[in-house]
Design a protein around this ligand. Structure first.
Ligand code: ATP
Length: 361
């Protein structure tokens, strides 16, 4: 069944997760509801689903079957963070990774730009990290059976890295398509000098795909050099395409250059499904204190609405996304921010300020 059929009300999954999850997911839901109302779009049919610590207690699994089944019948979903390091040893598998794998969400799109009114280490930064999401060095998704990490003896640990031409091609197309609509430049980030087979295949496949996009400039950098380059001169980058682990690390670095992890958004997608997810984790130090910054999830939700707007042919959803982004910007311009950005607003106060501003245009 095509869940994204135009005209039918949006049905979105809503997964709180752990730590600050319930606070930031609740905030995102409220802002999406108001933005859709302000844009004259039909209201969302929300489908709350369990994941994480609470799901272990209630269903005996951090990612119960009811959640996977429930997500299948939605148009997309908002995923809160998980804190799997704190789960009992038999439940340590990262539920977010398992969801990405289950639904083959191969692309993780992570835009990074400084926000007017917010102090940034790199105020001119404006780039997108396109991260391959389904393989690489992630032990939970690079084997058909078992883990990509194993110990032949208690004193020896091995790790498998997986790179395929098919996945590299797919992610390269995402990056080049995106660059076509931006400033027309892609940097392939790899480490083929020490991993010539895996990273060499990734780099060379991206270059092959580049031939189909002659209007896009392309270059490549080793990941360590790219990290230094990002700090030295972030304005040199437009779209970076890279494998899973490098993409995760570079996007935290870039997010901090832009302001705070609390504002870093991301969308995980395939051709047919999309999931809004903040770059940050569960931040257990802030959980329950009403101090978390919900903006990463506001921006991620806006990305989800834009993706749905294109897929369903419903521009009204893109207009709602615009409202969310403008409302967040206007809130910051008014000098209102959460503590991570030096402000005094609580999560709920900040949410109310954004909610009021989505109706302004
Ligand atoms: P993961 O590996 O799951 O991404 P992590 O170990 O990288 O998690 P996070 O949970 O992302 O760590 O958070 C690191 C720190 O950044 C937190 O302890 C918190 O102080 C800060 N932080 C993260 N997210 C936010 C947020 N939304 N608002 C404010 N501060 C945040």
């Amino acid at each position: 069944m095509d869940q994204t059929k135009p005209g039918r009300p949006l049905r979105l999954g809503l997964i709180d997760g752990d730590g600050i999850g319930p606070e930031v997911v609740g905030s995102a839901r409220r802002v999406v509801d108001e933005a859709l109302a302000a844009a004259d779009a039909a209201p969302v049919d929300w489908v709350p689903l369990p994941m994480g610590r609470q799901a272990i207690d209630e269903f005996g699994s951090a990612l119960p079957e009811v959640t996977l089944t429930g997500l299948r019948d939605t148009d997309g979903w908002i995923l809160g963070p998980h804190d799997n390091a704190s789960y009992p040893p038999q439940h340590r598998v990262a539920p977010g990774g398992a969801i990405r794998r289950h639904f083959a969400l191969h692309a993780n799109i992570r835009p990074v730009h400084a926000i007017p009114g917010i102090a940034a280490v790199a105020p001119g930064i404006d780039l997108v990290i396109v991260r391959e999401n389904s393989e690489g060095f992630y032990a939970d998704r690079n084997m058909a059976v078992g883990s990509g990490e194993f110990c032949p003896t208690p004193d020896i640990a091995l790790s498998v890295g997986l790179v395929t031409r098919a996945a590299s091609e797919r992610i390269a197309h995402e990056a080049f398509r995106l660059a076509t609509a931006r400033r027309g430049q892609v940097t392939i980030v790899h480490k083929a000098n020490v991993l010539p087979l895996t990273m060499g295949l990734f780099r060379d496949t991206c270059y092959e795909v580049a031939r189909g996009y002659p209007q896009v400039r392309v270059n490549d950098e080793h990941v360590d050099a790219a990290a230094a380059h990002l700090v030295r001169s972030p304005g040199d980058f437009d779209v970076l395409v890279t494998e899973n682990l490098f993409g995760d690390i570079l996007s935290d670095l870039a997010a901090q250059l832009a302001g705070s992890l609390g504002t870093a958004a991301s969308l995980n997608c395939s051709e047919t499904r999309a999931m809004a997810q903040a770059v940050h984790g569960a931040a257990p130090d802030l959980a329950g204190h009403n101090r978390a910054n919900p903006v990463a999830l506001h921006h991620s939700s806006a990305m989800l609405l834009r993706w749905l707007a294109t897929r369903r042919g419903e521009p009204v959803l893109a207009r709602a996304a615009d409202r969310i982004e403008r409302a967040v910007a206007a809130t910051y311009e008014a000098g209102i921010a959460t503590a991570d950005l030096g402000g005094l607003a609580s999560t709920s106060e900040f949410t109310e300020h954004v909610t009021a501003r989505v109706h302004r245009w």
